[in-house]
Design a protein around this ligand. Structure first.
Ligand SMILES: *Cc1c(COP(=O)(O)O)cnc(C)c1O
Length: 422
């Protein structure tokens, strides 16, 4: 469910015409809907009503401060993977005690910053990491509350690049070493073991891998308790998929049933880290047609957006529904076209042989479900400035990140003294 709908023949974001925003802001731009963000967060957190739980929005999916603040106001916590994201979460008003810090490569200065802030938990991914964390915490006279991210060796049945819970993946500590790692960590100064953490992948459209991973976590919690650890939290990660292509994955309620079946009666705080599910369908990328070109074998629709603005199709074979901003007439004949950007890479292809209604230069189109892993993964490849982000709320909108000027972009480069003009 989202709040982007055709009304009077045009695509709206809540109560605003996207064409009007495009006129003021220019294209391409990302557009997010407050009502959709709020709805998704409430549906997810509502599925755990009455359960001792903490929903930590995975900031990496969309880290704009206004997006985080919209969720912070609903009581969201945050899952962060860098000091930068931690600073964003704090600045957007998420209290430190609702923040968990994930990631395989945390550095001492990042740990120190997080310890000073007083975060809820570090999700530790290796033995070397826990030793460094112990040193940093002891030096600062702080206690780091930790869960180890365990690798349950389950197949998430999603795209290989976003699958994280197999033994071959870089994430988490190996299942067979967990007992020893917990035993040794319990002896370290500055470390207090709180729980177990697992995150098996992203865009999961089947609940079975979750169920398998959660059952393994349950066994592990019981085992660790027998071994003398006071396990009071389990962090189940994120990963629940969203509809991109019309197939509807299981919703938060069924996901909650699976989680609670496995882990509901352990007396643990349940932590969740949804990212895509909260922001994915709350965002569009709006773009303009530059040319329509008839190639030798295919027709190409060339847009002003490119792979540097939205990399999911190039990187993960991600599918995005593409809609024209003007509602196509019911009788319009669809034509299979390749939708591409201006970047000099064949990979700069958003869709191949996609059935679209006829389009012409200057027509606007919208990529659906672009709120997650869209703007955050953008680059300036081909010296294309990052695209602006706009947040809509009812009949208001605001630019929540401006389009940088080309001057600002060029100004980042510096001449070495030997190349300066004399
Ligand atoms: C990426 C990530 C998430 C969020 O995943 P989604 O698929 O966006 O829900 C949660 N936890 C960790 C550790 C992650 O790396």
């Amino acid at each position: 469910m989202d709040h982007f709908e055709y009304r009077d023949g045009e695509l709206f974001a809540e109560d605003l015409k996207l064409s009007e925003i495009a006129e003021k802001v220019g294209t391409p731009f990302y557009c997010y809907s407050t009502a959709t963000l709020e709805r998704h967060f409430k549906v997810f957190s509502g599925a755990f009503d009455g359960v001792q739980s903490l929903v930590c929005y995975a900031v990496k999916a969309n880290s704009n401060l206004a997006v985080i603040k919209t969720l912070a106001k609903l009581g969201a916590g945050a899952d962060v993977v860098s000091e930068g994201e931690l600073r964003r979460a704090l600045e957007a008003g998420i209290p430190a005690e609702k923040i968990v810090f994930s990631g395989v490569g945390k550095q001492p200065h990042e740990m120190a910053f997080a310890l000073e802030a007083g975060i809820h938990q570090f999700n530790v991914e290796s033995e070397p990491e826990v030793r460094v964390l112990s040193d940093v915490a002891a030096r600062l006279g702080k206690i780091a509350y930790i869960a180890f991210r365990v690798n349950p060796d389950v197949d998430a049945k999603t795209h290989a690049k976003i699958s994280t819970g197999k033994a071959e993946n870089k994430f988490g500590v190996p299942w067979q070493d967990v007992s020893r790692i917990y035993r040794e960590a319990a002896e370290l100064p500055g470390i207090e073991i709180k729980g177990v953490d697992v995150h098996i992948g992203s865009q999961l459209t089947d609940l079975e891998p979750f169920g398998n991973a959660f059952d393994r976590v349950r066994e592990l919690v019981m085992k660790l308790r027998l071994e003398g650890h006071d396990i009071t939290r389990v962090d189940l990660g994120g990963g629940l998929g969203i509809p991109y292509d019309g197939n509807i994955p299981p919703g938060p309620e069924s996901y909650a049933t699976v989680a609670l079946n496995s882990l509901g009666n352990l007396g643990c705080q349940l932590i969740f880290e949804p990212g895509r599910l909260i922001v994915g369908n709350a965002g569009l990328l709006v773009s303009k047609v530059i040319y329509v070109k008839q190639g030798a074998e295919r027709k190409f629709v060339i847009l002003d957006a490119a792979m540097n603005d939205l990399i999911r199709p190039a990187m993960y074979e991600g599918y995005h529904q593409i809609d024209t901003i003007l509602e196509p007439d019911g009788g319009a004949e669809l034509e299979a076209v390749d939708v591409v950007g201006p970047v000099c890479e064949t990979g700069d292809t958003f869709a191949r042989e996609r059935d679209l209604p006829p389009v012409e230069p200057d027509d606007l189109v919208a990529f659906r479900s672009a709120g997650a892993y869209g703007a955050v993964m953008a680059s300036t490849y081909n010296t294309r400035p990052l695209v602006p982000e706009v947040l809509v709320s009812g009949d208001q909108y605001a630019v929540i990140r401006e389009r940088p000027s080309l001057e600002a972009l060029l100004d980042l480069d510096k001449m070495p003294p030997w190349l300066e003009e004399k």
